[in-house]
Design a protein around this ligand. Structure first.
Ligand code: SAM
Length: 208
C-alpha cells in the first residue's frame, strides 16, 4: 500500500456547506467511495466510484486493492471525527496512510440553527447505538444533544429521558434534514416529543 486514504467530511451534503479544501480533494479523486447520494452530488464522471454498502469487509478489501495504484477518497457525512466510518477505517488501515479532511457536523448545524452554543453540551449519538447512562442522566440545566435514527427516534428517546427523571416540560429541539430543502426544525416539550410522529434521523437537543 503506497497511497493515501483520504477521509473527507462532506457536511450535510449540500454544496454550500462543503469546505473548499474538501471540494478540491473530491475533484482530484481518481477513486472515490461514498453513499449513493454523495457520489451523485459530488463525484466527477472521470472517477472510479464505489458505493458504501452493508458489506464492510468487502469495501475494505476494495480500498486495500486500490491503494496499491491510487489514492482513495472516502466521503462521509458531517465531520469524519464524529460517528463516521473513520473509526472502522482506523482499525483496518495503518494511521500513516490516513488523512482526514474535516466537515461541518450535523450537531454544529443544529446548534447554529437554534442559535445556541454547545461548549457546555453533552454531545452523543444514539444512531445505531446506546448512549451511556451518564450521558442521559438528568441534571438541572444540562444540555444534551444526540443523533437519532429510525429506532432510537425522538419519541423513543423522550420516553427514556422521562423515565430517567427529566421533567415533562423540558425544552426539546428536533432538527431534521438540516441544510437541505426539506429542513424541519421544531421546538417542543419532552412530554410532547414522547408522542411526536414524523422524526427519525435528526439531531435532538434537550435543554434541562
Ligand atoms: C452516522 S451519523 C453521522 C454523523 C456525522 N459524522 C456528523 O458529523 O454529523 C448519522 C446521523 O447524523 C445525523 N444527521 C446527519 N445529517 C443530518 C442532517 N442533515 N440533519 C439532521 N441530522 C443529520 C442524524 O442523526 C443521522 O442519523
Amino acid at each position: 500500500m503506497e497511497h493515501q486514504l483520504i477521509v473527507v467530511g462532506i457536511g450535510p451534503g449540500s454544496p454550500e456547506y462543503l469546505l473548499p479544501v474538501a471540494r478540491q480533494v473530491i475533484d482530484k479523486a481518481r477513486v472515490i467511495v461514498g453513499s449513493k447520494q454523495s457520489l451523485q452530488a459530488f463525484a466527477h464522471d472521470g472517477s472510479e466510484q464505489r458505493v458504501i454498502g452493508g458489506d464492510l469487509p468487502n469495501l475494505f478489501q476494495y480500498i486495500d486493492d486500490k491503494l496499491f495504484t491510487s489514492d482513495v477518497v472516502v466521503m462521509v457525512s458531517g465531520d469524519p471525527g464524529f460517528y463516521s466510518l473513520l473509526a472502522a477505517l482506523k482499525k483496518q488501515f495503518p494511521q500513516k496512510f490516513i488523512k482526514v479532511i474535516p466537515g461541518i457536523s450535523s450537531f454544529q448545524l443544529a446548534f447554529a440553527a437554534i442559535g445556541e452554543y454547545w461548549q457546555d453540551a453533552v454531545v452523543t449519538s444514539m444512531h445505531g447505538r446506546m448512549a451511556s447512562d451518564q450521558d442521559l442522566a438528568y441534571k438541572s440545566g444540562k444540555k444534551l444533544a444526540t443523533l437519532t435514527d429510525s429506532q432510537n427516534n425522538p419519541p423513543h428517546i423522550a420516553r427514556q429521558l422521562l423515565s430517567l427523571g427529566w421533567p415533562g416540560e423540558t425544552k426539546v429541539w428536533l432538527c431534521a434534514n438540516l441544510a437541505r430543502p426539506d429542513e424541519k426544525i421544531r421546538l417542543l416539550t419532552l412530554g410532547e416529543t414522547a408522542d411526536i410522529a414524523g422524526f427519525s434521523y435528526c439531531v435532538m437537543v434537550v435543554i434541562g
